[in-house]
Design a protein around this ligand. Sequence first.
Ligand SMILES: *Cc1c(COP(=O)(O)O)cnc(C)c1O
Length: 449
Amino acid sequence: MTSLASKFRLPQERTLRTALPGPRSEELAARRRAAVAAGVGSSVPVYAVDADGGVIVDVDGNSLIDFGAGIAVTTVGASDPDVAAAVAAQAARFTHTCFMVTPYEDYVAVAEKLNALTPGDHEKRSVLFNSGAEAVENAVKIARTATGRDAVVAFDNAYHGRTLLTMALTAKTMPYKAGFGPFAPEVYRMPMSYPYRDPLGDDGVAAARRAITQIENQIGAKSLAAIIIEPIQGEGGFIVPAPGFLQTLVDWARENGVVFIADEVQTGFARTGSWFACDHEGIVPDLITMAKGIAGGMPLAAVTGRAELLDSVHTGGLGGTYGGNPVACAAALAALDVMERDDLSGRARAINDRVTTRLSALADEVGVIGEIRGRGAMIAVELVKPGTTEPDPVLTKAIAAAALAQGVVILTCGTHGNVIRLLPPLVIGDELLDEGLTVLEDAIRAAAA
Ligand SMILES: *Cc1c(COP(=O)(O)O)cnc(C)c1O
């Protein structure tokens, strides 16, 4: 996978022509301040004009290395030729009819594909939406209809979106919830397994039992419609729960008629080195929510799960004007083919090896790396004050800013804002990956010194 260069339109290189942000980005930022709501933030204040493979080109002609993939979305790249062709061809035929008015084949084909790719070989159904939050909202609607129960359990550090119900499910107040309440009722938060910070450490079964005891004490299984969890937490800090945690929760949910929802909006579609993060531990969720990487950057989301759960909802109970838009469905079919054809799951595992080998060596050298974790091309570097486990969000910010100044787009996350997260497009070549890592390592060294 080293010589992908020929496949790309844009040179796969980092080129800095101006300081970042450059003058034209600054001009656009001024226009933006007068026109766009201040509540929308941007982590990287350069304005894009082109993107391909592992690079983003900005309005000043700078070519940046992309370690964010637009938050785990452009897994196949931001302008994969097959995706772009599928989008153009479908847009030339029809952009919309509304599946609830006049249905079309690609929606059905995406549903078939998701039913086949998601964990478990039971009979499944799928329904399509526009965003991850919308998928989560609908998964909860389905679980409530199917069980006749109200309560939903979410976990510490969880992120499930920004709509009313998903804000309630999301753990972190700033910036996601502050001032936006009151929140949806019947949402309960339970302790997560977070091996690096949890006294129970690597004992996932004990961590699950701790949560189950609280569920039984505070809610009672008979009132609980669903447990929703990210199998690897995304915005919360790329937290991989200890082995046994997820399976113990799944087993308890099944014994108690509780719907187990895996929110794979960020972890899905080859990102973690498998189609889904659940695959790594053989977990079979009842419902799975998907979005982000599904359609090569086009807005599409889905809920897939047990046929009897999905089919328990009355006709007309699920839907939305744009849900399963035909252009987005065509993009998804093309993107999923690319992932299969180019074995992007294998590529994610190779990226993991390359990145963690280098960063582990760096961790021995600098005292600020508390933990390197993640699966596939979803890799976190948790930064702490030297000799402690105390989170260092200031250092984290400084590192991301220094990397950006050198032309590498680096995102942060974590409940304490002290996690660097690496989410490169899976089509990024090794040379560019290595160059970006060198910039990141230098930024960490300089900030730690
Ligand atoms: C991003 C994300 C969401 C929300 O998706 P949107 O498309 O932004 O609504 C939900 N769950 C997880 C795990 C996510 O990472």
